[in-house]
Unconditional design. Structure first.
Length: 453
């Protein structure tokens, strides 16, 4: 029977809005029942996400994104009603908000009629308005959200099929209410992942999966939840558990945690309200940028940039850039990591390292890597196929790809340097025209190189 949950989530790809609503209802009522206590609910959620296939996983993410979208539109709708008396074009603004909301409900014409009635009720009933504001508040916990939703429904008449007003607003509330995750549930979820890492057999048996799969899927789930519910991650206990996992899981799983921390910081930088935790996070990220894999370095740069204020960022990255410069030699084990890290630093902090990056791009990336690269037979792709996985390419080829990406990221960071943009485009075009090298365009290449410098 394990295939049923996949089939349910696959139905979210259907174009019918009724099908999507049914999937959301089944998820909250049956697959991961919202009435369960936090720990049991998180075990169900982790089991779900850990055992569904890739298509179902993408559907789950899409479902969460739609929840954000509907909540945002409902929030705008409520704000418009609250400020109704203050706007000269209030009727037009409200009609626009209602029109946007009807896209998420069956039968848009009838839905529009009932949303107009609901807006009138909200203007007259201040308690109803406050209740709706609690429901859409991103920090409201699951239990409170469910209670407030029931309070709204009690004001809409009898729950019978003929009461179309009740049924329309009920669907809107179902698509708005956050019943899956809250602060307490997140602590339980992260605690479960800590138990998995410690080989707790009771937890692993209840999940029905191996330690490796549970950790990998569990951290991917945390990253999705951080994107959808970043405000629930603001508690010190939650962040402490998450950052502690960063030091305990295998290297290949660390970028997923860094991605989650980046999503959290985009709402409010962690350094602003949990500065003590940054003293733990910063050294780990610095070490990953200099000594980690390219993916670790990339996510560590983004994480630090998002979660630190400008002054601390400059000081922190100044130390990192100096270390990365020493790694910009082809025989260095951290060569590709340094190239990738510098590209993301140039993208995030273009003004802080403007002159350093210009020298690095022109001398180390373009001249030494892209132009003067010498290849041996061992450096060439030997498979007869035209295409392959990136991991199957020779290391020098992967470094050259990273070098081109770094050049473009540096350029995007500059934003308004049109002269550098023109020269970079010419360089990349020449690179494509010569089949990945500049042997047949030596004069043009050095002219471009001189212009970039």
């Amino acid at each position: 029977m394990t295939w049923i949950k996949d089939k349910i989530l696959h139905a979210y790809y259907m174009t019918s809005i009724e099908d999507r609503i049914l999937v959301e209802r089944l998820l909250n009522m049956c697959v991961v029942p919202y009435q369960l206590e936090s720990e049991e609910r998180m075990l169900k959620l982790l089991y779900l996400y850990g055992t569904i296939d890739e298509h179902a996983s993408k559907a789950f993410v899409e479902l969460q994104k739609n929840l954000i979208l509907v909540r945002r539109h409902v929030t705008d709708y409520l704000t418009c009603i609250k400020t109704f008396e203050l706007k000269s074009d209030a009727e037009r603004q409200l009609s626009l908000r209602i029109s946007q909301l009807t896209k998420f409900l069956p039968d848009p014409v009838k839905a529009s009629e009932f949303l107009c009635k609901f807006s009138a009720d909200l203007r007259e009933d201040k308690v109803l308005m406050r209740t709706m504001e609690i429901i859409v508040n991103p920090v409201t916990d699951c239990k409170t959200c469910a209670e407030q939703t029931n309070m709204v429904l009690k004001k809409l008449g009898a729950p019978v099929m003929t009461n179309l007003y009740y049924n329309t607003i009920k669907i809107l509330l179902e698509r708005t209410s956050s019943l899956l995750i809250d602060k307490d549930a997140l602590v339980k979820l992260l605690s479960i992942l800590h138990s998995v890492r410690l080989d707790n057999q009771d937890v692993l048996n209840s999940l029905g999966m191996t330690k490796e799969v549970a950790l990998e899927r569990g951290l991917r789930l945390v990253s999705v939840l951080a994107f959808v519910y970043p405000s629930h991650f603001s508690e010190e206990q939650t962040l402490t558990l998450l950052i502690r996992l960063l030091t305990l899981v295998p290297d290949k799983l660390q970028p997923t945690i860094l991605t989650a921390l980046t999503y959290i910081g985009k709402t409010k930088p962690i350094g602003q309200y949990q500065s003590n935790l940054m003293s733990i996070l910063v050294p780990h990220c610095q070490n990953m940028i200099v000594k980690g894999s390219p993916k670790q370095a990339k996510e560590a740069v983004r994480c630090l940039f998002t979660n630190m204020n400008h002054v601390l960022r400059s000081q922190t990255f100044m130390q990192v850039v100096e270390s990365l410069k020493a790694n910009l030699e082809p025989d260095n084990v951290g060569y590709r990591t340094a190239i990738v890290a510098l590209g993301h630093i140039g993208l995030c902090l273009p003004e802080d390292f403007k002159y350093d990056m210009k020298t690095i791009i022109s001398q180390k990336v373009v001249k030494d890597l892209l132009v003067n690269t010498s290849r041996t037979d061992d450096d060439r792709y030997k498979n007869s196929d035209d295409w392959c996985e990136e991991g199957d390419l020779p290391e020098i080829t992967r470094c050259m790809i990273a070098g081109m990406k770094t050049t473009v990221r540096w350029l995007i960071g500059l934003r308004n340097d049109f002269k550098a943009a023109q020269k970079t485009y010419k360089m990349l075009i020449a690179f494509v025209e010569t089949g990945g090298g500049f042997i047949n365009a030596k004069v043009t290449t050095y002219a471009i190189l001189y212009s970039i410098m």
